[in-house]
Design a protein around this ligand. Structure first.
Ligand SMILES: Nc1ncnc2c1ncn2[C@@H]1O[C@H](COP(=O)(O)OP(=O)(O)OP(=O)(O)O)[C@@H](O)[C@H]1O
Ligand SMILES: [Mg+2]
Length: 223
């Protein structure tokens, strides 16, 4: 059974009285343990697709099964519930909380989920930061870290809840090549540990890390 099974996904954004078709019928399967890259020109629908795959948004039509469950009809809290349990997100802009330390940032998704003491949450966050080679950055705030370190903290935050899938949108867009290489190495380690990754990128060198590449053009999968 595929982890991700999308059939005929469409997304139409409404801008005033104008309909903007962002996705025009996407079929996609991703199996457990895969590392897939999504590429395509600006405006081709990559982020829109990631938002739907990650249960941040729902499709206008089509079906989407995530880890065996049809989630295409879910909205609001029901969608957020699935997202909190199944999905880890990494964004181009890191999106860390500036006033919290690295370990507090990483522990945050566990707080949203509930049921784990603060002590236990922070213990897990620190262990994960150690595993990703960021032990020396525990207790520091984001403004004390380099771009590559910030992105790896964001990876730890995405992984802390043991999601079924890691969704990564343009992760190296704000990084120089050395920091980008560090982050890619972390993705490789995370993938080697058994995690499923879907990553959006403009950069052919980043896409080359993945075992399979899907190209979007005008909201469709290019042949
Ligand atoms: N919230 C929104 N409201 C209206 N239109 C949107 C919205 N988000 C995206 N769009 C439109 O949908 C289309 C696809 O956008 P999307 O952000 O998915 O592209 P992308 O492939 O991620 O581009 P980029 O490479 O620049 O990040 C574009 O025409 C965009 O203008
Ligand atoms: Mg985008």
């Amino acid at each position: 059974m595929p982890l991700i099974e999308a059939r005929g996904l469409t997304k139409v954004y409404r801008l005033g009285r104008v309909d903007v078709p962002a996705l025009r019928g996407i079929d996609l399967e991703v199996h457990e343990g895969e590392y897939v890259a999504i590429t395509g020109p600006s405006g081709s629908g990559k982020s829109t697709l990631m938002h739907i795959l990650g249960c941040l948004d729902s499709p206008t039509s089509g079906s989407y099964r995530l880890d065996g469950r049809d989630v295409s009809g879910l909205r609001g809290r029901a969608l957020a519930h699935v997202r909190n349990r199944k999905v880890g997100f990494v964004f181009q802009t890191f999106n860390l909380m500036p006033r919290m330390t690295t370990d507090e940032n990483v522990a945050l998704p566990l707080q949203y989920r509930g049921g784990i003491s603060r002590r236990a949450r922070l213990r897990r966050a620190r262990a994960l930061l150690e595993r990703l080679g960021l032990g020396e950055r525990i207790g520091h705030r984001p403004d004390e870290l380099s771009g590559g370190e910030l992105q790896r903290v964001a990876v730890a935050r995405a992984l802390i809840g043991e999601p079924a899938i890691l969704l990564i949108d343009e992760p190296t867009g704000n990084l120089d090549s050395k920091a980008g290489a560090e982050v890619l190495k972390t993705f490789r380690e995370v993938h080697d540990a058994g995690n499923t990754i879907v990553l959006v990128t403009h950069d052919p060198n980043v896409a080359a890390e993945a075992a399979r590449t899907i190209r979007l053009v005008d909201g469709e999968v290019a042949a």
